[in-house]
Write a protein that binds this ligand. Sequence first.
Ligand code: XIL
Length: 392
Amino acid sequence: MGARELMWSRRDLAKAGLLAVGSAVLPEWLWGSQEAGNATDVTGVNSLRAHADARGLLFGAAVVPQLLDVDGLAAGTTTDGYTLLVKNQANILVAENSMKWGALRPSPGVFDFTQADKLMRFASLAGQKVRGHNLCWHEGNPGWLKPTANRDNARALLTEHILTVAGHFRGRLHSWDVVNEAIEPKDGQADGLRKSMWYDLIGPEYLDLAYRTAAIADPDAKLTYNDYGIELDTPDQAKKRELVLALIKRFKERGVPLHAVGVQSHLSADGPQPGAGLVQFVREVGRMGLEVYVTELDVNTRNIKGGNGEQDAAVARVYKDYPALLLEEPNVKALLTWGITDAHTWLNQMKQPWAVRPDGSRQRPLPFDDALQPTPAFFALRGAIEGAKKHD
Ligand code: XIL
């Protein structure tokens, strides 16, 4: 019997008239108690992974391969909490940093795939898909790149990198963020393109070059354009969405291979939330034949006053409403959180004002907390996935 048959939710039970007997009579593993605190079993049929599988969805997280006990997983002996969480909760993974230029290219002539390969081995043992992130970005680059790159060698540098890296993982990745964050309205260009290093050295054609090269290097990966600040109905974000759409239309007109759009979704627990503008964007992208992935969901609690309870309540609201808004759309196929525990989130590592809470306490942006226990966000997200339409 597969996971699908084993999947009993409270809603299913209610439909079958079984909940009427009262949850006290039912064994807890059957419905999963959120009141039971640390004793709650969120593995197996109670996991995000099983719920996503049952809806034909991909759910996963950005991970740090250095923290994964791959040998223990292979031997079936691991007791490491982070390792087990990643294995149990996700059916797709992405490397938080290990597939970026900075991680893969210690020096111009050397490619180091140690950590990225560790992640691939983990995913293969755990039966998970992997997204590649990323092949071309203005950040996350090694220190030698800027001083080395110039107008004469930039095209060759970019092409060689993509052929080597996407070639290395050929046939094994679900998708690649080929270009990350290419639109920046504040740079003031009519086409919205960011004045990045690649733009300055190659010109706007760097995007076509990156996608066409990636398609040759790995014809099976879904080639994705990934960006942030396109989620809300604010004028700035609506403008950025428009510019991303225009970029995609230009790709289509020129026959540039593109299969998906990644909506990063670094959201905030306070302030305006995603709404009709994003839904319209997702549908328009769908009409162009593209899939949409939520690629980097987390919920910034910098501005939430109070303690853990206040943070958790605000975060859970977003984890309930945001997936509910998007998972109705048939072309939204995947949702990944940026990290899986508050213990490892970049929001607790960055020292910038947008990350640090004024009272100095830690942020709680993810479905599992510092002690690797599920937070209300976990249950909100699981409920949202459960309530989603079945995807093909
Ligand atoms: C972040 C990582 O989480 C940090 O560890 C690293 O120091 C900087 O990059 N958008 C992206 C991600 O596409 O690659 C970024 O990841 C977060 C913002």
